[in-house]
Write a protein that binds this ligand. Structure first.
Ligand code: ADP
Length: 800
């Protein structure tokens, strides 16, 4: 590498001799005046060293040197003064101006060359360091460790702060930081330098135009020839800070929307939800909005926006109802676009009393779900607040989320309304069925009861067969009504099961006995097999279990013309499995599933050929499900069917007799004094007929008040109480009787409610008012006698 040396000298002879010495080792440039020399030095490529004459006409060497050292571009070029003057004062001045050396004329060429070589070597080393400083991507400061003044600054720190690096040289380091932070920073830097290993936190520097620049700074300390030096490496982190802030903003916006969605999942009212929504908007730290907002929802009929929520509760919101297209909200709604106004202007028409209104701005964001306008979100800003794309973006997201949730809520409300309507319709149906079944059951009571009484009378065979037909038809009709009522109870979720202990094998035997005659008369065998491992005493609802079994066995008998019907029972600890198998007509595969639906039969001819309504299996399936089990059927056409079902029947805790155990007890009763109350003459007649031969002393009353009067006058062993009566009904009458008993300190008399009502609420209410037993109409003579036996206290029964 060849160095270039610039000679600035007006003396041609001197220049020549110098050039002669130097040109053997270096490239030589010559300038004959200070001005020319400066021009060459400032141009490119730059000389590596300047030999500068002191005495020159025009600009002298000192001035040239001063200029060179002032200029960032040239201050690094070493300057050696060459002069004939040999005085200490001149030398000192030159050195103080920044020159590195002084050569006296006439030059001793070897000495001069050696010193020039030395300075070039030093410059080269300095250049390398300078290059490092120049090319560094970080700002580098070299600071005096005692005064904390800047000694060196690289171009990067200058670029960061918007100044020339030379301008920084000599400045107080701390002045680069914000005034209010300087003391704190000084403390932190000092402790860092005293070998505190924790890095400095992110700092801020002040740029030339007063901006705050976030920086990451590391500092360390060295000593150089007893001089304490601090170097600081400074990195501009504004991009990182920006992206961090951006992330934090996005995060805040997301969490507000998340809060909104969370609120949507809570079982809140619309009002609470909207309040949460507005609170979520205002929780976002970077929105520079007023803490005031409102939500308007569209009234489809009047095409007006109606204020439904303000935030906070006491915020002054000037409009309550805004027609579409009017004022800002109306315009945002009509145009389906966000409107931003930074202050009140002519578009802002619904401001009411201007005197009360502080100037303000608005974001009005339409709330739209799938093209369907639902309302407007209105946020207040300070007057003159500049529009922000980011703010609008966030508010639109909020409005869209609101729209989605509001739409979902509307849909839910519709569903709830539809369900309520369906429930009401279902309730009406249940009520109708209850009323209808009551109205049919009451006369059925007379028909079946009287028929039964007639059969006890001496009739010739022809009349007997007529009466039997009446009874059969009546029983059939009653079964149908019971089925319909059961189904409606199941549908209205009105059906509840009893939990009582009963003897399972006995129930099976009783059930088979009921149908045995029917089977035998068709030439069929009816077999029951109870596995010996089956628990005898179980806890459940024996009546409903019997209903299922009667249904399945009844069907099996009905659809079988020859062969046998088998009922098998086997159980483990909790579940008992039943199977009813027949050798009948079977069921086609594609109908196996359908027959469990209400009113479904295998085909249209079933009713005609076999009778029935198609309700039985549907009720069975429901009952089995209520008992925690399931039912299924397997069948081969022409060979027979097997119905399997399993129900939960846990072993009973205590053994005590079930209802059927009282059968026959009635015969052993002592004579009782019975008061029977019924407004229907037919029923009173029937009661008299049923109890005619029982030996009981019967007193009949046709209304509640008369019954109460009787109870006040004398004691009864039992009361039979009709419920639906004009005047005081059964409920009221029972209540009053119980009250009289309490006041007079009497032992409560057993009361049997005889009613055609079987709905759950009715029966529950009966027991609430104090009835002892419930006997559903229509009832047969034996049922009445058995109920009486069950109701009267034990001491009344005769010893047997
Ligand atoms: P119903 O017997 O009153 O018609 P069910 O619901 O008890 O009503 O039965 C529905 C239908 O299922 C019957 O009509 C009949 O077609 C068919 N079914 C039920 N049990 C049997 C059986 N054991 N064998 C053949 N078909 C049967």
């Amino acid at each position: 590498m060849t160095y270039t040396i610039l000679i600035i000298d007006d003396d041609a002879t001197s220049v020549r001799s110098l050039a002669e010495i130097l040109s053997q080792s270096y490239k030589v440039q010559v300038a004959t005046s200070g001005e020319k020399g400066l021009t060459i030095a400032r141009g490119t490529p730059k000389p590596d060293l300047i030999l500068l004459d002191v005495m020159m006409p025009g600009m002298d060497g000192y001035e040239v040197c001063g200029q060179l050292k002032k200029d960032e571009a040239t201050r690094h070029i070493p300057v050696i003064f060459v002069t004939a003057r040999d005085d200490t004062e001149a030398e000192t001045k030159g050195i103080s101006l920044g020159a590195v050396d002084f050569l006296s004329k006439p030059l001793k060429s070897q000495v001069a060359l050696a010193r020039i070589r030395n300075h070039l070597a030093i410059k080269r080393a300095q250049d390398r360091v300078r290059l490092l400083m120049l090319s560094a991507n970080d700002g580098i400061l070299l600071i005096d460790g005692d005064t904390w003044r800047i000694l060196e600054a690289n171009p990067m720190i200058g670029a960061m702060l918007g100044v020339e690096p030379v301008q920084l040289v000599g400045q107080k380091w701390l002045d680069l930081f914000p005034q209010e932070e300087q003391t704190l920073y000084q403390r932190m830097i000092t402790s860092q330098l005293a070998s505190d290993r924790t890095p400095l936190p992110d700092l801020q520097m002040v740029t030339k135009d007063g901006r705050l620049l976030p920086v990451d700074m590391s500092v360390s300390q060295t000593s150089l020839a007893e001089e304490r030096l601090i170097h600081a490496i400074v990195r501009d982190i504004s991009e990182r800070k920006q992206s961090e802030e951006k992330n934090a903003r996005v995060q805040a916006a997301r969490s507000a929307v998340g809060q909104l969605l969370q609120a949507a999942l809570e079982p809140t009212t619309l009002d609470e939800f909207l309040e949460e929504a507005l609170a979520a908007v205002h929780s976002v730290w970077w929105l520079s909005l007023q803490q005031r907002s409102a939500i308007f929802l569209l009234n489809e009929e009047s095409q007006e926006l109606v204020l439904v929520k303000r935030y906070p509760e006491d915020a002054i919101i000037l409009c309550q109802r805004v027609p579409m297209g009017v004022c800002l909200c109306g315009q945002a709604a009509a145009r389906r676009k966000t409107i931003y106004k930074e202050r009140i202007d002519k578009d802002h028409v619904m401001i009411g009393d201007l005197a009360q209104t502080h100037d303000h701005g608005h974001y009005c964001v339409p709330i739209i779900f799938r093209d369907h306008l639902l309302g407007v979100l209105n946020i207040y800003t300070d007057a003159g607040h500049p529009y922000s794309h980011e703010e609008e973006g966030f508010l639109v997201t909020v409005a869209n989320t609101l729209a989605m949730v509001l739409d979902r809520r509307e849909l839910n409300d519709k569903l709830v309304r539809a369900k309520d309507a369906a429930d009401a319709a279902n309730q009406a149906k249940s009520n109708f069925l209850a009323a209808m079944s009551h109205d049919i059951r009451a006369p059925m009571n007379s028909i079946i009861g009287m028929g039964e009484m007639l059969l006890d009378a001496p009739l010739d065979n022809e009349y007997r067969s007529y009466v039997e037909t009446i009874n059969r038809a009546g029983t059939c009709l009653l079964a149908l009504i019971n089925d319909i009522l059961d189904l409606s109870k199941i549908e209205a979720e009105q059906l509840s099961l009893e939990q009582i202990d009963f003897d399972l094998p006995e129930l099976i035997t009783n059930t088979a006995d009921i149908l045995r005659f029917q089977a035998v008369s068709k030439g069929l065998r009816l077999v029951t097999q109870v596995d010996s491992a089956t628990t005898q005493w179980v806890c459940g609802d024996p009546n409903r279990l019997q209903q299922i079994l009667l249904n399945l066995l009844g069907n099996a008998i009905k659809f079988t013309s020859q062969g046998e019907i088998t009922l098998t029972v086997e159980g483990d600890k909790e579940m008992v499995r039943f199977a009813v198998a027949d050798t009948g007509i079977g069921i086609p595969q594609d109908r196996l599933h359908a027959i469990f639906n209400p009113f479904e039969q295998v085909d249209n001819s079933t009713t005609r050929r076999f009778g029935g309504t198609g309700l039985g299996l549907s009720i069975c399936a429901h009952l089995v499900r209520l008992m925690g089990g399931s039912i299924e059927v397997k069948s081969i056409l022409g060979q027979g069917s097997v119905f399997h079902f399993a129900v939960v029947l846990p072993p009973a805790d205590k053994r005590h007799p079930i209802v059927s155990k009282t059968d026959g007890v009635s015969e052993n009763l002592a004579s009782l004094t019975i008061l029977a109350v019924d407004d229907a003459e037919d029923n009173r007649l029937l009661l008299r007929a049923f109890l005619k031969d029982s030996g009981h002393d019967l007193h009949l009353m046709d209304n509640g008040q008369a019954a109460i009067d009787m109870v006040m006058q004398r004691k009864f062993d039992l009361i039979l109480m009709d419920i639906e009566m004009p005047g005081l009904d059964g409920f009221q009458t029972i209540e009053r009787i119980r009250l009289i008993e309490k006041m007079e300190n009497r032992t409560p008399v057993p009361i049997i409610a005889t009613t055609a009502h079987t709905m759950k609420e009715q029966t529950e209410r009966l027991f609430q008012v104090g009835c002892t037993l419930h006997l559903a109409k229509p009832f047969k003579k034996k049922m009445l006698l058995d109920s009486i036996a069950r109701a009267v206290p034990v001491y009344k029964k005769t010893e047997t």
